[in-house]
Ligand binder design. Sequence first.
Ligand SMILES: N[C@@H](CCC(=O)N[C@@H](CS)C(=O)NCC(=O)O)C(=O)O
Length: 355
Amino acid sequence: MPNIELPIRLQGLHGSPYTRKALAVLRYRRLPYRFIIGQPGTPIEAGRPQGESLPVPKVVLLPTFYFADENGEEQAVTDTTPILRRLEDAFDERSVVPTDPVVAFINYLVEDYCDEWLTRCMFHYRWAYEDDIDKAGSVLPFYGRMSLSSEQAAKFKQFFSERQVGRLYVVGSNDTTRPVIEESYVRFLGILDAHLQRHQFLMGNRPGSADFAAFGQLTCLTHFDPTPMRLTLELSPRTYAWVERAEDLCGYEVSDDDWLSREAVGEVLRPLLDEIARTHMPQMLANAKALAAGEKTFETTIDGKLWQQPSFPYQGKCLRWTREELDRLSADDRSAARAILDASGLLPLIDEPTA
Ligand SMILES: N[C@@H](CCC(=O)N[C@@H](CS)C(=O)NCC(=O)O)C(=O)O
């Protein structure tokens, strides 16, 4: 893998939770970066070097990073989880992946839960309630184009809000699943609040990529979207404060002893792992089975309630990558990790046949 040139260049928008995830990691790791505000492939409004043209990813996703390939060709690269691992390979200092392989696997699993389940809560709350739709529709257009006229902004508000509200079914959000999604966020807040009373971060007294995945979604849930923000301030002002701190941890000193140990991680994160088994796991397994059967939609039960949504190929890959991540461990580490999963009823996430 060729070296990564500094400053690292990425493009994204402040309203994008995964963009915020990536930016917070770069700040924490003290990696010089250039954050290009905008959407790949759309003309940049201002603040760009003349004549700079950046490649556009096949699937436009935020954030997009720009890395040189073997031939020195600039490539547009998306998907924060593998991008963070690429930064781990290229830079040693202030790693966001725990040194202990078992703890690293749990960090990976929690990162996947935040990126693929907590994001459901974020998208649901943003596009399910009038207040939230109104704020997002009013503010998001300006993140990419500050100079929009009021007419243009109004047009964009309508177009974008209708588009996003129309995509609620993609994350499984509907009247039946609304309580499943919302109760899971309330439980997550309670779990995080209790955890932060004993540890500075999910992965111990230093942040793992799982912490930054949680932070990314929480920037929207706690500091932007009115409905979940009210809920967060009512139930866990501690979480509200944690999110603001995690925005910039460049001055937060860490050592290898600050990670949760493999002996402690199962016990300490039990409430969160139980939550993952309750919500994320059944959804990921049902999705993978539907994909294997070539079904366009699937139904399952989460929390005793009917869960319906279109099958989502990307999350089929996420489940496969989680299983491969465990397979990469040594036999001893794998059985230690399986014991932690088993204690929370999470072994089906690894073992249940999906084809
Ligand atoms: N798994 C990807 C997810 C990236 C993603 O979905 N980004 C959103 C913005 S937060 C996006 O670009 N969505 C495309 C769209 O809305 O068209 C990652 O971790 O980077």
